[in-house]
Write a protein that binds this ligand. Structure first.
Ligand code: AMP
Ligand code: MG
Length: 412
């Protein structure tokens, strides 16, 4: 029971506290829709038009009045013209008439039904239709996608590619979105060397700044990379002040445990309102959260996997809130575990897994852990496509047990 700590904080509780504490700055700007991908919508959008604007044909065929469809047998109608998408038929049909119509063309006056071209017999202008057709078929009604005055999107929605099209479909060219927040980050540790330099004994390359850069790049935020800060009191202090002046959020990795050279904790206690938590989770555990001047602060552990797990579990939801996005719980699924998992009760574990569809039963998923699960083994994240989330009380998993899985697709 070496790392069981009864004084530690629930991971859920930690997230709830963070989300309750932080508040969005709510600064907004109006942008052309193409520039808003990944941002939070800062206004409700409703439509000033019907989409589609006019009742139109869903198929290539013949537009008729539904009352022409015979009860039995067939009837022959006279084709009096053509309606094209974007070039409507100007006249109207009378009894016994029809109009050749293309997909997307507005329905001519007096017509409400389309007979698809494969279901008619054509003889010059004589078009024969039969009783198997239904009144009102193959027609898209005006406003059936979005009615005039109807809500298109609500404030707080993450703008996706579909939303860009949806907004364009109601004729809107610019929308109000939340401004990008500025996120600064740096690594701490005398052992860290930048990539491209030569390593001396005991030194390692700084990889956390690269994973952080990658994770932040997936969000629509402004990234400020402040490099590596030495384990010296003055250096750490200066780095925090600099970051707090430049950014809305500061993220650090390393230096939040109680190691000898961990000045981060000391400096923070002096400079801001910062909480130090031992979160009941693995990997992860030490986590600092608070405020330095006007910047929100997240002090993540140094181990490369811990950085990623704590980022996804705590920092990413917080950033989303600060970006103005409505909170959404990530999608989780159940899977049958194909490897035995060792675990002690008393903390939540985020083991790294490979999730696959069960080929014999497409409604079921299988999951297996990636190799060694140490918090320094970044390969376990690189090989994985999901977290296997083992709850606090779990004392391990046997082969074929059901486990909860959080696909990376749902968070990354
Ligand atoms: P710390 O929390 O500073 O004690 O660091 C815990 C472990 O993570 C140590 O083995 C560090 O060498 C390692 N570590 C800390 N920062 C980084 C980083 N930026 N890149 C890679 N490993 C790191
Ligand atoms: Mg360190």
């Amino acid at each position: 029971m070496d790392d069981f700590d009864p004084a530690s904080l629930d991971a859920d509780k930690a997230l709830q506290t963070i989300l309750k504490t932080i508040t969005s700055t709510n600064e907004t700007e109006k942008l052309p829709i193409r520039d808003t991908l990944g941002r939070a919508l800062a206004e409700d959008i409703s439509s000033k038009i019907n989409v589609p604007g006019h009742t139109n044909s869903a198929m290539d065929g013949y537009a008729v009045n539904g009352s022409e469809i015979p009860q039995q047998g067939t009837v022959t109608l006279k084709n009096i013209g053509t309606a094209w998408a974007g070039k409507p038929f100007p006249g109207e049909t009378s009894k016994g008439e029809c109009v050749r119509i293309m997909t997307g063309a507005a329905m001519p006056a007096n017509t409400d039904t389309v007979i698809i071209q494969e279901h008619v017999q054509v003889n010059g202008d004589d078009i024969t239709i039969d009783h198997a057709n239904k009144h009102g078929q193959n027609v898209r009604l005006a406003g059936e996608d979005i009615p005039m005055g109807g809500q298109v999107l609500r404030k707080g929605k993450l703008i996706t590619p579909a939303d860009l099209g949806l907004i364009a479909s109601v004729g809107i060219s610019e929308i109000e979105v939340n401004k990008k927040i500025r996120v600064a980050f740096f690594s701490t540790g005398d052992e860290l060397r930048p990539v491209g330099s030569k390593l001396e004994v005991g030194q390692i390359y700084d990889s956390n700044r690269y994973t952080l850069h990658g994770m932040l790049s997936k969000l629509s935020v402004e990234i400020i990379d402040l490099g590596v800060v030495e384990d010296k009191r003055e250096a750490v202090e200066e780095a925090f002040l600099n970051a707090a002046n430049k950014a809305d959020v500061i993220i650090t990795s390393g230096g939040v445990s109680v190691g000898e050279a961990d000045f981060v904790k000391e400096t923070l206690e002096k400079m801001g309102e910062v909480n130090f938590w031992k979160v009941a989770m693995k990997p992860g555990r030490p986590l600092a959260f608070g405020k330095i001047k006007n910047a929100w602060f997240f002090g993540l552990p140094g181990n490369p996997v811990s950085v990623m797990v704590t980022f996804y579990m705590f920092v990413q939801p917080a950033l989303k809130k600060l970006m103005g996005l409505e909170y959404k719980e990530p999608l989780m699924i159940n899977a049958s575990c194909k490897t035995k998992l060792r675990k002690r009760p008393g903390r939540v574990e985020y083991q790294r897994g490979i999730l696959t569809r069960n080929h014999d039963n497409p409604f079921e998923y299988n999951v297996a852990k990636t190799g060694a699960q140490g918090s320094g083994i970044l390969r376990s994240m690189s090989d994985a496509n999901c977290f296997i989330i083992l709850p606090m009380e779990s004392s391990g998993v046997e082969v074929e047990d059901q486990v909860q899985v959080l696909p990376f697709e749902a968070i990354i």
